[in-house]
Design a protein around this ligand. Structure first.
Ligand code: ATP
Length: 599
């Protein structure tokens, strides 16, 4: 009951915040509407009484006009009320979706990577559009209006027969019981639906996102993914059917009980009115009361069933109250990043993915993590960033661990370019500025970042320059994979934090630009710590230290020349590249070793 009241208050307050005037009007009109059934009963009773011994229209005109007035106005007022209510609910749904987006935006990466988080977000998203927005209607037009209508009609009915009033009142009980039972079924159903909706959205995204959609259509397998969507919906329907079947069963039981009570109430009225014609008004009163009881009971049932979702959303939003708006912090310098004896095992994995991995980097250094696919490089990077929880070991920046700093500040030390860099379809300026909280960034700064990432020439060709919209689906320009990657790197240049973590920063970039980019990274490295994950041998020359990771361990460390000189995993991994092609590259020492000027 407490949960129900709390979640109902939440819905009404959300709707009021989104549309105060319409909320007040809707509630006021519902209060007016709640008096209608009782007024109808009284007006009919008055009409029946005035008919006794009436001989001319003048004898019945007043009660007749009352009946006409009440019945005539009920329809238009109800329609107006529904329209205003819908406008309020649309605004409330928009406000809740916006709030949900902000709540998600405030989540820390460590929270976002949990599978339960995605499920919860999708569950709340669907609940807002399917149920939570309609809860206001159930509460106001249903519970409030219909319950008051029941009370009004029962009071009116008491004038005809007390027993009939009591029997009508009793009709509320089975519905309340069924609503409680169905609320439990509904909660369980939504728990399983969260995961299903998450998967369904993922599959639908595959069919519409440019990269995957093109690939699937090229392979001619889009239909197969569509079949997976269908199978997810089959599961959704099966989960929902459980509730529908329970509702149907309850409805039959309630219908039977209500009919028995209706017969009893009608009989009581006829007997208590001594079989006189005025019993007609009483019988109408019973019918009106039963209709209101049905309406109230239905609304109470729906609102009780929806209340767990509303309460879940309320709690989800309330959590963000404790969380400040995500501070975008940038810490510009750090002397030393150290991961010591890091250990990690993914849930469900048979062995540790990181086994005593120790990595160190100082200001001005560029270090590299190398290894074959699945060796543990990205996991190491995530551990350094604090995104992967360690079962052993520590990560510290200038002697301070993540636990000693806030997550905002910790992440503020880093600029991460991931393997799956974001392709944000915004204007070039927005894409590049996304990584920095600074306002008033000048065009020169944006151009300088683009220049360093070797993206300036490309942007110069765009008619609107920095204001060019990217993304063909928005009527903007499409750019290639390598061009997206350069823009992502420009974002890191503009952010310019203390520690740059570049996971294969040039994987999509052509060889010529790659050399330029590494040359620029070397030239500007002096004020920061740079960590690069790379699969290309030539990019490793000139690195201050290379960590060779294999099977979750650091198996070798040293400079390029040292590692090439000793037998081991490094020379094994890169032998083929060196024999096969790196000799064709320009002198790498020139590319990385020169490192002339600081930033
Ligand atoms: N979320 C996860 N859950 C379970 N296992 C994972 C997860 N992510 C990675 N792994 C496993 O951990 C191991 C190391 O993965 P990691 O991504 O760190 O490798 P990597 O060296 O970066 O590989 P690549 O060069 O392909 O990017 C792999 O065997 C991988 O299958």
């Amino acid at each position: 009951m407490k949960t129900y009241l709390r979640s109902s208050g939440f819905i009404i307050s959300q709707t009021f915040r989104a549309s105060p005037r319409r909320t007040v009007i809707t509630i006021a009109l519902s209060l007016v509407m709640s008096a209608i059934p009782a007024m109808q009963v009284l007006a009919i009773a008055a009409l029946v009484n005035s008919l006794k011994g009436a001989h001319a229209m003048g004898d019945v005109i007043v009660p007749l006009l009352w009946v006409v007035l009440i019945v005539g106005f009920t329809g238009p007022v109800r329609v107006a009320c529904a329209t205003i209510r819908l406008m309020a609910m649309t605004r409330a749904a928009a406000a809740m979706q916006t709030r949900l987006a902000h709540r998600v935006a405030r989540m820390r990466p460590s929270e976002l990577v949990k599978p339960a988080t995605t499920t919860a977000i999708e569950k709340h998203n669907r609940a807002i559009s399917e149920q939570v927005s309609y809860q206001f209607e159930s509460l106001v037009a249903g519970v409030l209006e219909q319950t008051l209508a029941v009370v009004g009609v029962i009071i009116a009915l008491f004038a005809f027969s007390k027993l009939a009033g009591l029997l009508v009142l009793l009709a509320l009980v089975p519905t309340m019981v069924s609503a409680k039972i169905l609320g439990g079924v509904q909660t369980r159903m939504w728990e399983s639906l969260g995961t299903l909706f998450g998967r369904e959205r993922y599959l639908r995204d595959l069919l519409v996102r440019e990269k995957t959609a093109t690939e699937l259509s090229g392979l001619g397998t889009g239909e197969r993914v569509a079949d997976m969507v269908r199978s997810t919906w089959t599961d959704v329907v099966a989960a929902r059917d459980k509730l529908s079947k329970a509702v149907l069963g309850m409805d039959w039981a309630i219908g039977a009980i209500t009919t028995v009570l209706l017969v009893g109430a009608m009989g009581a009225v006829v007997v208590d009115m001594h079989y006189g014609p005025a019993a007609v008004a009483g019988v109408y009163g019973v019918m009106a009361a039963m209709a209101s009881v049905g309406g109230a009971a239905g609304s109470i049932g729906v609102s009780v069933q929806n209340s767990p979702q509303c309460e879940g959303l309320r709690v989800f939003f309330a959590d963000s109250g404790k969380q400040k708006r995500g501070e975008q912090v940038i810490v510009p310098t750090a002397e030393r990043l150290a991961g010591a004896n890091m250990q990690h095992r993914y849930p469900g994995a048979a062995v540790d993915t990181l086994r005593d991995v120790s990595v160190e980097a100082r200001r001005g250094e560029i270090i590299a993590l190398v290894g074959v696919n699945g060796a543990g490089k990205t996991t190491t990077v995530n551990a350094l960033l604090g995104l992967t929880e360690l079962s052993g070991g520590t990560v510290s920046i200038d002697g301070q661990t993540q636990a000693e700093l806030s997550e905002d500040v910790w992440l503020g030390y880093f600029g991460l370019l991931t393997q799956e860099f974001g392709r944000y379809e915004m204007t070039i300026r927005e894409v590049v500025c996304l990584g920095t909280p600074r306002t008033g960034i000048t065009d020169e700064e944006v151009w300088a970042a683009l220049e360093s990432a070797r993206a300036a020439d490309l942007v110069r060709k765009f008619p609107l320059g920095l204001d060019t919209q990217l993304g063909e689906q928005w009527g903007g320009l499409g750019v290639s994979g390598g061009q997206w990657q350069r823009l992502a790197l420009a974002r890191i240049y503009l952010r310019d934090p203390a520690i740059w973590v570049l996971d294969e920063p040039t994987s999509a970039i052509d060889a010529e630009a790659e050399q330029d980019i590494f040359r620029e990274l070397a030239r500007t490295r002096h004020n920061r710590i740079t960590i690069v994950v790379s699969h290309r041998a030539w990019t490793l020359k000139g690195m201050d230290r290379i960590y060779v990771i294999d099977g979750g361990r650091v198996v070798q460390r040293g400079r390029y020349e040292e590692l090439m000189a000793e037998p081991g995993r490094f020379s094994e991994i890169f032998a083929e590249q060196l024999d096969g092609g790196v000799s064709r590259r320009p002198p790498v020492d020139q590319a990385l070793g020169v490192a002339a000027t600081s930033r």
